[in-house]
Design a protein around this ligand. Structure first.
Ligand SMILES: NC(=O)c1ccc[n+]([C@@H]2O[C@H](COP(=O)([O-])OP(=O)(O)OC[C@H]3O[C@@H](n4cnc5c(N)ncnc54)[C@H](OP(=O)(O)O)[C@@H]3O)[C@@H](O)[C@H]2O)c1
Length: 251
């Protein structure tokens, strides 16, 4: 495979498992030097590091549960750890994969639910993007990839995921704003909106739901999502994109 990201530093937040790990592996195969971030499982982080190193990439990683201290502190702490690994440099490829999910009727969502879902799915990635963007603009090169939710590629109504989906839909405005401000300086920012995707985090109940709801009963794999995500990272013509990868699923 062509090492088109040789010489580039990539940070994958939530890269120790699920969709983030599949994207990290693809970046490694394309020659990037990787910093993997994970939430709390040392075992999953170690296994992801092994996988990414086996692809020939220089790779390091660390754990930091980003919902523990508020999005501003989490973003600052994670970037400070990453810059230690990168001898003071900022990442020039930023993937923010982690995005916690909670279902519930909108009338049952309390202030804590609102805070948790908006802070971790919008404010946190937003602060990380703002913190890395100036450096990318100065260097005239940067790639940012964010993850929306299923069907959040446009404004829709959701019966049981209103708060999560509101935060994820807003990421589209963030990506388009970055593309508008920083696109002329060589920076791209896109949002991938996965369909129902089974990962190691999927419970049996959710696995059954995913299979029942997916077009043709075919549930997506992290690699299916990563393939399109990597295409968006590779091609600077894709900028401000909000890209559904869901086999046409519509709730
Ligand atoms: N899976 C789907 O069907 C689906 C559908 C639509 C959209 N999405 C979106 O796609 C993105 C990736 O989803 P995913 O299914 O791969 O799972 P995910 O749970 O969003 O991501 C897993 C990664 O996040 C880390 N993590 C877990 N808790 C954390 C915390 N408190 N702070 C920081 N990191 C934490 C995990 O580390 P540990 O292994 O240590 O826990 C792992 O590296 C998310 O933004 C999600 O909302 C997923």
């Amino acid at each position: 495979m062509e090492k088109i990201f040789a010489g580039k530093n990539a940070l994958v937040i939530g890269g120790s498992g699920g969709i983030g790990r599949a994207v990290a592996l693809g970046l490694a195969e394309r020659g990037a030097r990787i910093v993997l971030h994970g939430g709390s499982s040392q075992e999953r982080l170690d296994s992801a590091l092994k996988l990414v190193r086996a692809a020939g990439a220089e790779c390091t990683g660390f754990l930091y549960p980003a919902d523990s201290a508020g999005p501003d502190i989490a973003a600052a702490e994670i970037l400070s750890r990453v810059r230690e690994f990168l001898d003071g440099a900022f990442p020039s490829i930023l993937v923010c994969a982690w995005g916690p999910f909670k279902q519930g009727n909108i009338e049952d969502m309390g202030p804590e639910d609102w805070r948790y879902l908006i802070e971790n799915n919008l404010t946190f990635p937003g602060i990380v993007v703002s913190s890395c963007l100036g450096d990318m603009m100065n260097k005239r090169w940067g790639r940012i990839l964010l993850f929306g939710g299923t069907n959040t590629d446009t404004i829709r109504g959701f019966k049981t995921t209103a708060v999560y989906s509101a935060a994820k839909t807003a990421l589209g405005a963030l990506a388009k704003s970055v593309a508008r401000s920083a696109g002329p300086l060589g920076v791209t920012c896109n949002v991938i909106c996965p369909g129902l995707t089974d990962t190691e985090y999927t419970s049996e109940a959710l696995r059954a739901y995913n299979s029942e709801r997916s077009p043709g009963g075919e549930v997506l794999k992290p690699e299916d999502i990563a393939k399109i995500a990597l295409g968006a990272l590779e091609n600077s013509t894709v900028n401000g994109g909000i890209i559904p990868v869901d086999r046409g699923l519509a709730f």
